[in-house]
Design a binder for this molecule. Sequence first.
Ligand code: CA
Length: 697
Amino acid sequence: MRSLVRMIIGAAVFLFSPLLFAAVDGAAIAASDQGGEWRAYGRDYSEQRYSPLTQVTDKNAGQLKLDWYLDMPDSKALAATPLVVDGVMYFTASQSIVMAVDAITGSVLWRYDPQVLERLRDKKHMRFNWGTNRGLAFWKGRVYVGTFDGRLIALDAKSGKESWSVQTFDPKEPRYITGAPRVFKDMVLIGHGGAEAGAIRGYVTAYDTSTGKQKWRTWIVPGNPADGFESEALKQAATTWRGDWWIHGGGGTVWNSMTYDSEFDRVYLGTGNGAPWNQEIRSPGGGDNLFLCSVLALDASTGEYVWHYQTTPGENWDYNSAMDIVLAELDWKGQQRKVILHAPKNGFFYVIDRENGELLGAEKFGKVTWAERVDMKTGRPVETPEARLPDGVNALFPSFFGAHNWHAMSFSPQTGLAYIPYMEMAGEFDKQDIDRERWRARDFNFNSGFQPYRRDIAEKDASGALVGWDVKAQKIAWKVNLPGYWNGGTLATAGNLVFQGSSGGKFHAYRANTGLPLWSFDAGVGISAAPVSYSVNGQQYIAVLAGWAGGSYLGSTALARHGWDYGQQPRRLLVFSLQGDETPPPINPPAAELVIIDDKAQSIDEAQAIVGQDLYLDTCVGCHGFHVIAAGGAPDLRASGLAAKLEPFNQLLRSGVLQHRGMPRYDDLNDREIEQIYWFIRQRARESLIEQREQGE
Ligand code: CA
């Protein structure tokens, strides 16, 4: 009965939509009071992810109940921040699929499938986490999505019908989109990733929201000087590069953070790492390599350079600055300042004056060994002696996964704390025996310019935490240690709450000022996405997509420990309220010990396995995991019957018979190379079986 009433209310709200839809413009997104809606990726233009709703508080959060849920049987990776406009929730599922559901009942209103997998057949994009998409933009009755194969698509919000579609890069290039577009002033802005996938040079493009016509495009790093520079800023930037950097692309992709500032009419871009990471290849002799790893402020109308602050000059470690750029206004040492809050991979929390780019503060929010501190006089990091690998190889904190990655940070003006999904682990950087003169990126292979990362990440070597960071005091206010790294994005609310999902599959509420755990729900699968809060008809809801995504599929013992097996744990949209009375759906418990296949009679060809490891790292690692330890992105090959015998394995790679499930056709590998990969998998299976037995004893 109750659900019937709800459906009717939901339908009534939906009928009124066209009138209200038109109202979602710049003023509507800029508003801090959004009438209970969540209109943009970071809620409003500040991207604070702070909901002013107060029905759910630290006093009653313990009574939160499941209100409704939606099973997502076609999905694997779920990373998106849902939008809620006029009683309808919009979000992206795997493969850039867009969904519109009734925000009260969860009934599906429409589903738009951009057919990414169809378009990617016989291409190699699938090696790069093709399933992940972080979200949408909403503007005047249309929803905007960037697809993995590089399209930017405008959909009618009411019907889900395509209004227009543009190709933002040549789909043959090793670029891809996983990030959410941003909208302002009748323009929609999109970037892309791919700085490891080939020799590319990053850019962002603004398109007209009604027609899809290009308004402006801004390149992030300079190209070949012989071709002329696109702007005076890039001409200046070129003086910070050495050698023939353009051969390697340079990098600087903008794959995640882009924040529009309606007060200064600017866009702040969080720019990417170098292509390749190893600066001795990319720019021999050093240099800052602008505008890599920077907050880059552009004029929103023209895309022209305004100012920049580079967090990692001379990038060498994949320490990109693509993490959230949060806008705030606060009392900074006695002065009211309009600031940017930014916690990029490199482990420092930056406070930057957004009027002029002046650095106000930079302190470590976790374990950092590549730099001692940031010199506030020069604004530059003081690198440690080991940072540039004087011995050729070194393990540094943070790893290339970063102290913080794309999992959204939130900021509560009420507590003055930023809530950071923190990761602590070392990454090994090895430049030994790299031939700088001959090194060239190969399209759709993993190109870092270092030796391939061959290690597993053991449970003891990696940890995660939710960090409550006191922005003004520039120190940790509280910290909740979590079992595992790669935890979800965060949401802060005016009810003195912070919400976060964990890699261990629990969805938590904490008291925002102290970090006290108040409530949790067993989602039955790792969570990467950030939650949102909204209200419809006076009821406050908390929503989160459960189904981990992104780099978790790179696998490791530390990630596999959670037991999220390929295809085993249902992916869902979960929505909670104080009045919820939905029975929690069944969950599949984490997998028990992996059943490894190993033919004892088979003798492993060790020499071929050594070559096979590097081929595996180039082609298979993105889904099947480092060290052949999968963490849910694809079957674990140590336990796969299809990888147990050479002939069927060869057939599988060549035929593309599993392309519909995302397994590419590897017709670029010859028989010998496939055999080498096969021997590496068999070797890893045997080693793992021995380890399992030793641990069992
Ligand atoms: Ca990167």
